[in-house]
Design a protein around this ligand. Structure first.
Ligand code: B12
Ligand code: SF4
Ligand code: SF4
Length: 352
């Protein structure tokens, strides 16, 4: 193994060669202030944050969470320059459509990570990255490595890439040349566009998020835990939400820039429909759901429930025949959500 500076340069160069837009390295020290902030916020009960050993709190202590970790490499994938079809953006967040968040090993994005790890190994650096589970707090690590500043909307922004970036955070067993930067927020003091744009009012005036009100949280929870006060506000979104990023002036140049087509997404835009999702079978799941919604949900019934919720929110009477069929034939939870959607559409129609 060469000297630390040379080794770090090689690692960074390889990351860029493999298509990561930014790369930084920081220490495996705990993230200061993170656990206090987490405990101060509402809505994190799902992660059991009162317990100091909870998954989310441990994720801010790299050395403790990942035995043997000596430095942490922060990799950034830029996903803002993809031409996401409007018909899909109505229903899904960009991070999921990009297929780059927590990518499985047998996908193109997963292979990119594996190639990077193979290279590390060839330099005598062992990757301690967990390919399947949340491991460390991505944004705070990237902020300490000097790659990003925060937005009031909680997002991490990498200057001209905006917030449409996804992190892969790789702890390693070697001391590399580390950078340690103070985290900071890069927003004008008087801007609240993100807070105002949130469809579910999930952030307070200063941007502190209540995750239990965030759209994605509602999307991934099973039916019995979905909060009706939130589902009524999520509109057509079945997997994620970009409203607080799209409203942000720090992203305006990314949204206005030329985009590259993604042929799979163009195909998916023609194949995706809420009705197909409502009756999702194995074949439809494999072609249209798994490739963009593989991250959190393992129970196909939850996708069916999300489709019923979006149909109900649309108020569109054309959905009624499909919903009636689902209310008769679906599982208990699908029947329940289909029935709620039918009543919602009938109410909307009666009010017109
Ligand atoms: C749990 C989780 C969720 C939860 C809770 C989200 C949350 N904000 O806490 C739910 C399910 C709701 C969720 C939703 C989403 N998520 Co999520 N999520 C995570 C996860 C696993 C942990 C986040 C976490 O630590 N939360 C706890 C809070 C306390 O930490 P934090 O969000 O980083 O907040 C810090 C900042 O607010 C910061 N801060 C803000 N201003 C300032 C100012 C100063 C001066 C300082 C010091 C600090 C500071 O302080 C906090 C503590 O450090 C990460 C992946 C990972 N392994 O880290 C992805 C991650 C945060 N999610 C991501 C995304 C894209 C989303 C969604 C957009 C998905 C979607 N399309 O719907 C939404 C966005 C919600 C939002 N506004 O943040 C991306 C964000 C990418 C980016 N550019 O920032 C991440 C990083 C995944 C990834 N690998 O790229 N998510
Ligand atoms: S991702 Fe959507 S629901 Fe979550 S905080 Fe942002 S605007 Fe609100
Ligand atoms: S909308 Fe305004 S306050 Fe919110 S993240 Fe963007 S610049 Fe910051």
């Amino acid at each position: 193994m060469g000297n630390i500076g040379e080794l770090t340069k090689k690692v960074k160069r390889k990351a860029l060669e493999l298509g990561f837009a930014r790369v930084g390295v920081t220490t495996a020290d705990p993230i200061e202030g993170y656990e206090d902030e987490l405990c101060r916020r509402h809505g994190y009960d799902l992660w059991n944050v009162a317990d100091s050993e909870s998954k989310l709190r441990l994720a801010a202590r790299p050395r403790e969470k990942v035995p043997g970790a000596k430095s942490v490499i922060s990799l950034v994938r830029a996903v803002g320059r993809i031409d996401y079809p409007d018909g899909l953006l109505e229903h899904l967040g960009r991070i999921y459509l990009s297929r780059a968040y927590l990518p499985p090993d047998d996908t193109l994005e997963g292979k990119r990570v594996l190639l990077f790890e193979e290279y590390l190994e060839s330099l005598g650096i062992h990757s301690l990255y967990d390919h399947t589970n949340m491991q460390l707090v991505d944004r705070a690590i990237a902020a300490r490595a000097g790659l990003v500043t925060y937005g009031r909307n909680n997002f991490a922004y990498a200057d001209e890439l905006g917030s449409f970036i996804i992190f892969v955070t790789i702890p390693v067993d070697v001391e590399l040349e580390c950078e340690v930067h103070e985290p900071r927020r890069g927003c004008p003091d008087d801007c609240r566009k993100c807070v105002d744009a949130c469809p579910t009012r999930a952030m307070d005036d200063d941007g502190a998020l209540d995750p239990s009100r965030c759209v994605l949280y509602s999307n991934f929870r099973p039916g019995e835990y979905k909060d009706p006060a939130v589902t009524a506000l999520i509109g057509q979104r079945v997997h994620g939400c970009d409203a607080c990023q799209v409203a942000c002036p720090r992203n305006a140049h990314v949204l206005a820039a030329p985009k590259a087509p993604d042929p799979y997404l163009d195909w998916l835009a023609g194949a995706f429909s809420l009705e197909e999702m409502l009756f999702c079978d194995e074949a439809y799941y494999e072609a249209c759901i798994r490739p963009v919604m593989f991250n959190y949900i393992r129970d196909i019934d939850i996708f069916r429930q999300n489709a019923a919720i979006a149909m109900g929110n649309s108020g569109d009477v054309r959905h009624l025949p499909a919903l009636r069929r689902a209310a008769a034939e679906g599982s208990e939870q699908v029947r329940r959500f289909a029935q709620i959607a039918i009543e919602q559409i009938e109410r909307t129609a009666a009010e017109l």
